[in-house]
Design a protein around this ligand. Structure first.
Ligand SMILES: [Zn+2]
Ligand SMILES: [Zn+2]
Length: 252
């Protein structure tokens, strides 16, 4: 199969022909429907050789994966061929500590480094991905796996933050989303679905603000210093000069 792979640290990834994966005991091969492109891909590409210890390139990129179960290894009973699944990318988690067992594998007490499909292991930018343990599969029912793929990182990151904030967001209150790129647009949608709050999107790009309004934001604010001062937010920020440069320094 053709896979998009990081062949060496700090080099441009390339398409490469690799053997189709087959599952060993307890493993599952997933036919990839969607594999999200993420800013983390750039981070992975930029890591130098010393970052990669046991799991070094070459490997296939792509850590936001959903698809259908293609083949299961011996002993796998939780899923069967054809099931629609998303792939939990926390592959360095132990699966046994109390964080893992409460579904917070990303906070595993025993993982030594962030390792995932596409981050040290072969990932989803390929027709198939080998999932090393069935516990990393999440059934998604009738959800379209193409749309579900980025939920495994971009979506869950935003959802986790908003879920913690829910007790303080009641109907009639205002939730401000600063930055409505990939993650921020998820934030707008989760807030729309989970709360009755008025949602205000803040960004420097009108095109993104337009998308945010389409996805459920009630109002939008173009992000530059004068406007922020008008809406009273500037008092929370360090002293800013007027104009875009002042805003960027205050936004850090
Ligand atoms: Zn990602
Ligand atoms: Zn653990």
């Amino acid at each position: 199969m053709l896979a998009y792979r990081l062949l060496q640290a700090q080099t441009q990834p390339e398409f490469q022909e690799v053997p189709d994966p087959h599952p060993g005991p307890g493993q599952v091969v997933v036919r990839v429907a969607g594999s999200g492109l993420c800013h983390t891909d750039f981070t992975v590409i930029s890591r130098d050789r010393s970052y990669w210890k046991n799991e070094r390139p070459p490997f296939t990129l792509g850590h936001e994966i959903a698809g259908w179960v293609e083949e299961v290894g011996t002993g796998v009973t939780k899923v069967q061929r054809g099931d629609a699944v998303a792939v939990n990318p926390s592959w360095a988690s132990c699966g046994c500590c109390h964080m893992c067992r409460s579904g917070e594998e990303n906070h595993c007490l025993y993982q030594k480094a962030i390792r995932a499909p596409g981050v040290g292991y072969d990932g989803g930018h390929a027709p198939y991905v080998l999932v090393p343990e069935v516990r990393f599969l999440v059934p998604i029912g009738n959800l379209d796996p193409i749309e579900a793929a980025p939920l495994t990182d971009a979506g869950i990151t935003t959802y986790s933050a908003i879920k913690l904030a829910l007790p303080g967001i009641w109907p009639g209150s205002t939730a401000v989303v600063i930055g409505v790129g990939g993650l921020g647009l998820y934030a707008v949608q989760f807030l729309r679905q989970l709360t009755g709050a008025r949602i205000v999107a803040v960004d420097s790009t009108e095109a993104r603000l337009k998308l945010a309004r389409e996805y459920g934001a009630d109002d939008s604010v173009r992000f530059y210093a004068l406007r922020l001062r008008e809406v009273g937010m500037i008092k929370f920020l360090p002293t800013a000069r007027t104009g875009v440069s002042g805003t960027s320094s205050s936004g850090s």
